[in-house]
Design a protein around this ligand. Structure first.
Ligand code: NAD
Length: 258
């Protein structure tokens, strides 16, 4: 049975993961970690603490949905201890993302901006539709999230936009988050991204492909955080036995299908 240490346990995703873990027979919640002063929710008896280093042993798996600084620190610690890491925090700076690549030399790491299987399918659908529509059709992404979300645009929207830009041969600078003022005619080589914030949306991504007189819209809606939690647990099972390396959710899913 794999021992899981949960970082960001008191958060929205942390609570969804605790719920999913309580239904998983092959994974045990070893400890819950969050910031000092954060009220601990009922955790089924696992110890609760503020310092990840107190709990992580070799071959444990750390699942983190916390914040950018905590995520990068977790990567360093997992590499030192030889613990697997499943990481979902978004909005990291480049230097913080680099910590995961370094950690992956020593330990297995799955990092994804979106752990839902539906978004994995959406990525494939986007690639297929981009092949099918004329190359001059405009691509825009609209995402909606709850009012407490810290980063914008969402990590998922950025990944979808980068995927579209790569397929079209546009540079990274083609991504354009929001528009205002006298923007002039929309350049061909642009992927617009628009972030709505409000209420309790869990995660909603629409990709609009617009031609003259017609358009196509691809949309994924996460109605419940269990959509991400189940993917994260699949990733935890994967890192429990995988050799060191940096893995995507796609690799986790195709390994599970084999
Ligand atoms: P949240 O604010 O509800 O929870 C984050 C928790 O992490 C909080 O309890 C906070 O106290 C804790 N935390 C932050 N810094 C910490 C530190 N240094 N040490 C210990 N605990 C710390 O946020 P959330 O909605 O659960 O989302 C968390 C992150 O996961 C965000 O970056 C979000 O964008 C991302 N997210 C990713 C996916 C995915 O599928 N990859 C899905 C949902 C959310």
């Amino acid at each position: 049975v794999t021992q899981v240490v949960l970082l960001g346990s008191a958060g929205r995703m942390g609570r969804a993961l605790m719920q999913a873990l309580s239904d998983a027979g092959d994974l045990t919640l070893k400890a819950c970690v969050d910031r000092p002063g954060v009220a601990s929710p009922p955790d089924g008896g696992a110890p609760w603490g503020h310092d990840l280093a107190e709990f992580v042993a070799p071959r444990d798996v750390v699942i983190e949905f916390s914040g950018p600084a905590a995520a990068a620190q977790a990567a360093d610690l997992c590499a030192q201890r030889g613990a697997g890491l499943v990481s979902g925090t978004t909005g990291l700076e480049e230097s913080q993302e680099a910590a995961f690549r370094v950690a992956a030399r020593a330990t297995p790491v799955v990092r994804a901006a979106n752990f839902s299987l539906g978004v994995l399918a959406l990525r494939r659908a986007l690639a297929a539709v981009l092949e099918a529509v004329p190359a001059h059709w405009d691509v825009e992404i609209v995402e909606r999230h709850h009012r407490a979300k810290q980063d914008a645009p969402s990590g998922t929207a950025l990944e979808l936009a980068r995927l579209a830009a790569r397929r079209r041969g546009y540079p990274e600078s083609a991504l354009r988050a929001g528009r205002s003022g006298l923007t002039g005619v929309r350049p061909q080589a642009e992927i617009g991204i628009h972030a709505l914030r409000g209420g309790s949306w869990v995660g909603d991504h629409s990709i609009v492909l617009a031609g003259a007189g017609e358009s196509i819209e691809l949309r994924h809606v996460a109605q419940d955080r269990s959509a991400f939690a189940h993917g994260a647990l699949a990733a935890a099972r994967f890192v429990a036995t995988a050799p060191p390396g940096f893995y995507t959710l796609e690799e986790v899913v195709s390994a599970a299908a084999r």
